[in-house]
Design a protein around this ligand. Sequence first.
Ligand SMILES: *[C@@H]1O[C@H](CO)[C@@H](O)[C@H](O)[C@H]1NC(C)=O
Ligand SMILES: *[C@@H]1O[C@H](CO)[C@@H](O)[C@H](O)[C@H]1NC(C)=O
Ligand SMILES: *[C@@H]1O[C@H](CO)[C@@H](O)[C@H](O)[C@H]1NC(C)=O
Ligand SMILES: *[C@@H]1O[C@H](CO)[C@@H](O)[C@H](O)[C@H]1NC(C)=O
Ligand SMILES: *[C@@H]1O[C@H](CO)[C@@H](O)[C@H](O)[C@H]1NC(C)=O
Ligand SMILES: *[C@@H]1O[C@H](CO)[C@@H](O)[C@H](O)[C@H]1NC(C)=O
Ligand SMILES: *[C@@H]1O[C@H](CO)[C@@H](O)[C@H](O)[C@H]1NC(C)=O
Length: 328
Amino acid sequence: MNSSTAKNGEAREYIESTPKRQGKVGRHCRRFWWVWLIAFCLSILVIMIVIVYAILPAVGQKELDKTVLNLHSFTILEPSPTSLLLSVNSTITGASGIAAHSRLEPMEVSFFLENHKPIQPFMSLQLPGIKGGSAVPVITTNVTTEITSVPGLTEFSALLLGSETLRVAIRGRTTLWAGKLHTKVNYNEVVTIKGFNQLEGMEIEEYTLLNQTQQADGSNLGGKVLIPNPTVFEIQMGDVHINMSLNGQTLGNGTIPGLHIRPGNNTYDFRAKVQTSALIPLATALGSGNPVVLDVRGNGTDINGVSIPWLAGPLSALNVKVPIKARE
Ligand SMILES: *[C@@H]1O[C@H](CO)[C@@H](O)[C@H](O)[C@H]1NC(C)=O
Ligand SMILES: *[C@@H]1O[C@H](CO)[C@@H](O)[C@H](O)[C@H]1NC(C)=O
Ligand SMILES: *[C@@H]1O[C@H](CO)[C@@H](O)[C@H](O)[C@H]1NC(C)=O
Ligand SMILES: *[C@@H]1O[C@H](CO)[C@@H](O)[C@H](O)[C@H]1NC(C)=O
Ligand SMILES: *[C@@H]1O[C@H](CO)[C@@H](O)[C@H](O)[C@H]1NC(C)=O
Ligand SMILES: *[C@@H]1O[C@H](CO)[C@@H](O)[C@H](O)[C@H]1NC(C)=O
Ligand SMILES: *[C@@H]1O[C@H](CO)[C@@H](O)[C@H](O)[C@H]1NC(C)=O
């Protein structure tokens, strides 16, 4: 009882004293309200500045760096010595935190080989705006792309044709919007992609001898060739010319006309001109019952007569072993 009275007494004393203090503070506030307002505005400003200039760029960049680009398809059409028509179907995953709730303005990204020093971007691509989310599709269709470095692109296609996997870096710079706030961010991504692995598994599936005098190009052999494509790349390669030899002996030349290579195991028509002196050795080898394996090397590629050096070079560098499938 006693203690509670004492407490009440204290409370009363406190209540009695506050109106005076409130009055003082109130008067002070009324007189200097503008000081408080300015202080309040300044602190909001400081907080905003910290968010916009320090936290948002750092956090936005960090979250963007965590994302992963998944390539579903990469299509190269209408190749020319200076440009190509690109289509990419991809998704960006792994966006969390601020990146999942923000959006990126459209940006131009450039492609280069990861370990190439100095970096040598070989092409660039205009990407659409990207909204945050858990799996964001990033799709572009038929974008005309200038080749920014022919040596760079040649190196890329050599690796694409020759390796099992390769690493390609993609870089861009754009604006990230988080609600009404925005900041500049760098888009840096390295993707590991499957290559054609030296066209391993290429095989002549069927062939027929042609009457040479009836063929406009003088071919005496025609058939179908299997070209496995374990990659996500679809490439219009044009008329691919090949040199063929058997056990070190020149056999002749051939063409895979209008080669438009698609993902998966597909067969394509080919035509060849086996030189007269090689016809009998070839026929003997085929008749022997032993496996016959041709050595095939690219000897140029062109579309409507225009040579495509960045494809031709790498194709001629590959020496592909192509077995002829035995007839049943
Ligand atoms: C992109 O790829 C996905 C997954 O392979 C597929 O379902 C979708 O239809 C493709 N979209 C376009 C526009 O090609
Ligand atoms: C893209 O271009 C190719 C070749 O010019 C054409 O065949 C195809 O229909 C085009 N695709 C779209 C979606 O426009
Ligand atoms: C090839 O075609 C020419 C012209 O049509 C014909 O004269 C010739 O007999 C044919 N040769 C063979 C081996 O069928
Ligand atoms: C290889 O290509 C060169 C240059 O285009 C051409 O002159 C040559 O005849 C081709 N060789 C064969 C065997 O097709
Ligand atoms: C073989 O090479 C010659 C000379 O370059 C060319 O005229 C001919 O079309 C080629 N044949 C094939 C089947 O590629
Ligand atoms: C293509 O053929 C190879 C060898 O037979 C096989 O390992 C691979 O799975 C096939 N790829 C597709 C896409 O069917
Ligand atoms: C193809 O054969 C021709 C003629 O035999 C030769 O001049 C050319 O260098 C060969 N091409 C390649 C890539 O070996």
